[in-house]
Design a protein around this ligand. Structure first.
Ligand code: NAP
Length: 250
């Protein structure tokens, strides 16, 4: 594995260092009233995370996928948006279901998750479906019966789940560390709300011309985020960027 530049002291740029950092996640949660957040996804060199019509594309190589699964197994919970559930029907397991599994969490404002979704059908976990209240009881009951746990949360002015309220909900449920995987709208919301402590981005050597990682409709002007302690590592044909976001003035 190549490392460019040389390791930076204090930087988190391996699963081992992340594991050490996450050992202090309970104290982080107590101090910050939210979990430690790892924002991690795969993109092409042109910044696409899926095809033009939001169809799933296998961007990660087996080597970078191993890192992604390693992060999943280290985090207490893993979060995606309902757009990802509908497009990809993911299971959100770590290492194909072997070993420690993160709690699956879906931002699903209107409870659109299909009861037959693979995530809901997992025998080993009940995904938390975060929806705005109130919603029809019948929908909630059907999803509960299918294997999910709907959880009501406050909505923000845009009608979607309010991420500050979500942080409170996760804290109340003792989630110390959270991996946010996507998709574009969810990644953009977390960055806009400055909710990321570590970025781990896989860059696949190809142009896709597909769905951009940032949903420009969600913010005006630039995000103005600098990456500190950035370390670039090769994993098979991919580059993995490990970095800490540094937020500019609002
Ligand atoms: N390459 C990768 O690493 C990777 C990883 C994951 C996903 N993906 C791709 O990403 C695509 C899906 O992305 P997407 O942007 O369409 O959907 P998404 O980000 O997965 O989900 C967005 C939806 O989540 C709900 N939501 C609730 N609260 C939200 C909040 N505060 N902020 C943002 N969303 C909130 C909204 O549903 P309502 O509209 O119902 O309110 C929103 O439309 C798929 O093509 C998938 O393949 C790629």
């Amino acid at each position: 594995m190549t490392n460019i530049p040389a390791d930076r002291p204090g930087a988190i740029c391996s699963l081992e260092e992340l594991e050490r950092r996450l050992a202090a996640a309970p104290a982080f949660r107590a101090a910050h009233r939210r979990p430690f957040i790892v924002l991690s996804y795969a993109q092409s060199v042109d910044g696409s995370i899926a095809g033009r019509n939001r169809e799933r594309i296998q961007l990660s190589s087996p080597e970078s996928m191993r890192i992604t699964h390693g992060i999943r197994s280290l985090c207490g919970a893993i979060l995606v948006g309902i757009g990802t559930v509908l497009a990809d029907d993911p299971r959100l397991t770590a290492c194909d279901g072997a070993g420690r599994q993160p709690q699956p969490v879906v931002l699903d404002t209107h409870l659109r998750t299909p009861p037959a979704a693979r995530l809901v059908q997992r025998p080993d976990a009940r995904p938390w479906l975060i929806h705005r209240h109130p919603l029809p009881d019948a929908r909630t009951r059907a999803l509960r019966a299918a294997g999910a746990t709907p959880m009501a949360c406050a909505a923000g002015p845009d009608g979607r789940i309010d991420l500050a309220a979500l942080m409170g909900l996760l804290c109340a449920n003792r989630v110390d560390s959270l991996m946010v995987e996507g998709g574009a709208r969810v990644i953009t919301s977390f960055l806009r709300c400055r909710l990321a402590d570590l970025l781990v981005v896989t860059v696949s050597p190809r142009f896709v011309g597909g769905l951009a990682v940032l949903d420009a409709g969600q913010f005006e002007g630039g995000l103005g985020i600098h990456l500190e302690e950035a370390v670039y590592r090769q994993a098979g044909p991919d580059l993995i960027v490990w970095a800490r976001p540094e937020w500019g003035p609002r």
